[in-house]
Ligand binder design. Structure first.
Ligand SMILES: Cc1ncc(COP(=O)(O)O)c(C=O)c1O
Length: 321
């Protein structure tokens, strides 16, 4: 199955396949079968879901003879941290356009962006469109200066980036065949649509029968569902298949006030994962996704013997900010 991806250029910085294991203590605690796919262990530059996307994105950039990557995100963007590391490893300049006030001290991901040698422009705005427009403007300026720019939108969520999660879905179905565990649900944090779109296309390609539930952490259900649908269609077109809208499920009950806002449920989920499993989540993405899954478990949303797979997408550097 993995052969269907061979036609797309890809780097191999992610350590794949990532492990899947049962969360024995949480499973006992909830009387359920809960597994975890450890995409927090993709390795490169502390890992996370963005290495899967960047293996395809940066390969495409190199194939296009790019010399400069331009990326956009929040001050604590996981994507920008990992893209900066690809720049170092692949001899590409990296310009980051980071939204939000420039903090007095660079911590967490931002500290690592500087360590990797990225050039950084801070935009004092919370509006994602403002960030992206500024990144497009900076890209144009760099092109005028003779640079060959490859610019990536928030989260690297293009059809090329989504290929990383088509591959993840293939890994999951391979695991099921080898270990004779059929997953009924995959639960993950969904933010800029790339991860979920890749999974949805992977589901259609592999024929996996379960349900993918994206726990929204950025935008509300309607908008995110439309974004996932659009990007899934673009990604599916790369394989000449169509996407079934029924396969796109987004739950926006666990975002809290807004993207990045603290929620008590996420804080509790982070503590439970840390204290029962020794696994670190974060407040912005995986803690919120886990809080949704734990809420479903306590409300008996899943059938009795269902196998539930929590896709851990990384991001725990946020704990150190
Ligand atoms: C740790 C983590 N998990 C999940 C996501 C959401 O992934 P996507 O933007 O592809 O929906 C992100 C995106 O930034 C992330 O950094």
């Amino acid at each position: 199955m993995i052969n269907i991806l061979k036609k797309f250029p890809k780097l191999n910085y992610s350590l794949l396949p990532t492990p899947i294991h049962k969360l024995e203590n949480l499973s006992k605690f909830f009387g359920a079968n809960i597994y975890c796919k450890r995409d927090d262990m993709t390795g490169f530059a502390f890992g996370g879901n963005k290495t899967r996307k960047l293996d395809y994105l940066v390969a495409e950039a190199i194939a296009q003879k790019t010399d400069t990557l331009v990326c956009v995100g929040a001050n604590q963007s996981n994507f920008c941290r990992i893209a900066s590391a690809y720049g170092s490893a692949c001899h590409l300049d990296v310009t980051l356009v980071l939204g939000g006030k420039k903090p007095p001290v660079a911590t967490g991901n931002l500290m690592l962006d500087y360590l990797f040698g990225a050039r950084i422009t801070h935009i004092d705005s919370e509006d994602w469109d403002v960030w992206e427009n500024e990144a497009i403007r900076i890209s144009e300026d760099l092109r005028k200066k003779g640079k060959k720019v490859y610019w990536m939108p928030i989260g690297g969520s293009t059809h090329t980036g989504a290929l990383g999660y088509v591959e993840c879905m293939i890994e999951i179905t391979d695991y099921s065949k080898r270990h004779k565990v059929d997953f009924d649900y995959i639960i993950h944090a969904t933010g800029s649509a790339g991860t979920q779109s890749g999974l949805v296309v992977g589901k259609q390609l592999t024929g996996w029968k379960g349900e993918i539930i994206g726990m929204a952490v950025t935008k509300h259900k309607h908008q995110l569902t439309e974004e996932v649908l659009t990007l899934s269609r673009e990604t599916a077109a790369m394989f000449d298949i169509e996407v079934n809208k029924q396969n796109i499920k987004v739950d926006d009950n666990y975002i809290g006030k807004c993207y990045g806002a603290h929620t008590k449920k996420a804080e509790d989920a982070i503590k439970l994962f840390a204290r029962k499993e020794g696994i670190l989540l974060d407040n912005v993405y995986t803690g919120k996704a886990a809080s949704g899954m734990l809420d479903y478990l306590s409300k008996k949303h899943f059938e009795k013997n269902a196998n539930i797979l929590f896709l851990h997408t990384g991001g725990n550097i946020q704990l150190f900010k």
